[in-house]
Ligand binder design. Structure first.
Ligand code: UDP
Ligand code: MG
Length: 314
């Protein structure tokens, strides 16, 4: 496998201050590699001047191509748009906020040249995250690895170099709910990690609030596991067994000792407990139905407002 042509896909959402900085680091790396390169920048409906920053970056570097989405569709959708537009044999995916060091590219290409399909960045530490966030992240990965039907590597994100057949496989996945960490693992092929340190953002803040992260984590688990659904069969069976044993116990003690049937408190607790369990299980069922509902609508994952630099390509 030789790496002579490369698409770099970068999603941007309100990264105005980072655009020039990013290219001041990325361009020298790309230039040093003698690659036939295109840089696909997806503007995910930014409300600041990210788009004009990208357009002026393109004036200095015509390899930059821009896709502007009609609104903010989320990082997953922006990545999907970029991967679909990428035309080269190798595709590097990275963030636009400089948290993924572009200087790693030569090493990634070297590893890929050994016949590896995917070289993914593995975060050495989470020191840029707060204590609470890194603990929750660790718990999330733990749950994911227990529930998920495939193994999804922890601490591996969107920073990765992929071969054409991997990108084609990703592009062929029709789902609307794109939990990319899971999809990367799902497509398979030979994958190798390269360890890197996440840098702090030079500017701006992460777009992930805590509540977003919770929704993201929950969606991720649901998209890759039916365990939250199945677990209710087990819980139901256990509760039924307990109830049965208790019934037998009451029967025996009543016959043997002529004890009164224990009353109201037991009944109330049992009703509330079971009511709670039932609501919870219906809730989980509802989550899956909501996913099915979203999938069946088959809406496109994003809408492109305009494309710059793709003239004569399609
Ligand atoms: N991003 C995007 N759309 C969004 C949110 C984020 O395209 O709705 C981009 C963002 O501009 C950045 C990358 O995705 O280039 C990673 O986002 P962020 O830094 O907020 O995530 P984190 O690094 O905290 O995971
Ligand atoms: Mg970031």
């Amino acid at each position: 496998m030789h790496t002579s042509d490369l698409s770099i896909v970068i999603p941007f959402y309100n990264e105005f201050d980072n655009v020039a900085l990013l290219f001041s680091r990325l361009t020298p790396v790309v230039n040093s590699l003698a690659l036939d390169c295109e840089i696909i920048c997806v503007d995910d409906g930014s409300t600041d001047n990210t788009l004009s920053a990208l357009i002026s970056a393109r004036k200095n570097d015509p390899r930059i191509r821009i896709i502007r989405l009609s609104r903010n569709f989320g990082k997953e959708a922006a990545i999907t748009a970029g991967l679909q537009a990428a035309s080269k044999q190798h595709v590097l995916l990275m963030d636009g906020d400089l948290q993924h060091p572009p200087e790693l590219l030569p090493d990634m290409l070297r590893i890929q040249a050994n016949g590896i399909d995917v070289v993914f960045g593995l975060r050495r530490s989470r020191k840029t995250d707060g204590r609470l966030r890194s603990t929750l992240t660790a718990i999330f990965y733990r749950i994911l690895s227990i529930t998920s039907e495939i193994s999804i590597p922890a601490n591996a994100g969107d920073f990765r170099l992929m071969s054409r057949r991997v990108v084609d496989a990703l592009n062929s996945l029709p789902e609307q709910d794109r939990f990319m960490k899971g999809l990367y693992a799902w497509v398979g092929y030979s994958q190798q990690a390269i360890v890197y340190d996440v840098e702090t953002r030079p500017s701006g803040v992460s777009k992930w609030s805590f509540s977003n992260l919770f929704i993201y984590a929950w969606n991720g688990i649901i998209s890759f596991s039916a365990m939250p659904l199945r677990i209710w069969s087990v819980i139901g069976a256990c509760v039924a067994m307990l109830a049965l044993s208790y019934a037998i116990w009451i029967g025996i003690t009543t016959v043997l000792y002529g004890r009164d049937v224990p009353g109201y408190a037991t009944l109330a607790v049992a009703i509330f407990f079971l009511g709670g369990l039932q609501l919870l299980s219906i809730g989980v069922l509802g989550e899956y139905v909501a996913h099915i509902f979203r999938e069946t609508k088959r809406r496109p994952q994003f809408v492109v407002e305009k494309e710059i630099g793709f003239e004569g390509k399609k």
